[in-house]
Design a protein around this ligand. Structure first.
Ligand SMILES: Nc1nc2c(ncn2[C@@H]2O[C@H](COP(=O)(O)OP(=O)(O)OP(=O)(O)O)[C@@H](O)[C@H]2O)c(=O)[nH]1
Ligand SMILES: [Mg+2]
Length: 252
């Protein structure tokens, strides 16, 4: 009997040139000088996710810390295989979020802060990502409860008014917890260039301009530690960041 001809196979190529997602879920947390709370945050998240049926990874992206955050993150990763530690030399929130998202293997990517994470949001966003590309936990959603001090709430309100008036923002909040469909967000993330907390805003404004489907969901925000910056530092910094954002988005 003649042998069957060899069947030629070609590798599965994704339209954006990347490998298909290897996991259902990636959680990304940028971390900087978080030695005081990192172990309990990681312990809390992994304990709650132990009940979840799907495989996940928890990416801790550190840069520029002057305390033992990186060493602690590496110790935690040795104990738990789900934890992935990434690092780069310069302190930059934007670089950490960008690097974390681009390193993520999950089909769904959830972005938390060390001092702001919430498993009900993770579960709700998983459902919403069947329909939407991005889920934002908005502090200004009518169903939200923002229990931070009044000056933080006022800055959030003012910041979002500026975004609406000057940048055509159609939502109510760009900071805080978010979830993304990896295939939809990767091309956007690659275009983002800002390096401070304004990075989150750049992502949302670029996603809005690209026509991605975004939904906002309510959230309860309680301050788990006193703010690291006073309004006297935060307000001028936010104004500088808005100017950086204006330049970055000029071509939109
Ligand atoms: N990798 C990295 N992470 C950062 C950097 N700055 C802040 N982060 C992390 O980003 C998240 C939010 O930072 P916060 O310092 O809480 O910023 P914030 O919420 O605007 O300010 P607070 O009112 O002080 O809480 C935390 O997980 C931080 O560890 C940075 O330069 N690099
Ligand atoms: Mg914070």
């Amino acid at each position: 009997m003649k042998p069957l001809p060899a069947v030629e196979t070609s590798p599965l190529v994704h339209t954006n040139g990347t490998k298909p997602p290897a996991l259902a879920l990636s959680i990304v947390i940028p971390i900087h000088n978080e030695v005081a709370i990192l172990a309990s945050v990681v312990g809390g998240i992994t304990a709650e996710l132990a009940a979840l049926a799907e495989r996940y990874e928890l990416i801790l992206y550190e840069n520029g810390s002057t305390d033992e955050t990186l060493e602690l993150a590496r110790q935690l990763a040795q104990r738990q295989p789900e934890i992935v530690v990434k690092t780069s030399p310069q302190a930059s929130y934007g670089a950490a979020v960008k690097g974390g998202i681009l390193a993520a293997q999950g089909e769904r990517i959830v972005l938390f802060n060390a001092d702001l994470w919430d498993i009900p949001f993770l579960l709700e966003s998983s459902r919403q990502l069947n329909t939407y590309d991005i889920v934002v936990a908005s502090k200004r959603h009518p169903g939200s409860r923002d229990e931070r001090p009044w000056n933080r709430r006022f800055i959030t309100w003012g910041f979002n008014m500026v975004l609406r008036l000057l940048f055509g923002f159609q939502g109510t909040d760009t900071h805080g917890m978010k979830a993304f469909k990896r295939a939809a967000i990767w091309p956007i993330i690659q275009q983002c260039v800002t390096d401070k907390e304004i990075f989150d805003t750049e992502v949302i404004l670029r996603a809005q301009a690209a026509g991605l489907k975004i939904i906002e969901v309510p959230v309860i925000v309680e301050e788990t530690r006193p703010s690291r910056y006073s309004p006297l530092v935060r307000i001028p910094r936010t104004l500088r960041d808005l100017n950086t954002l204006r330049k970055a988005l000029r071509q939109l």
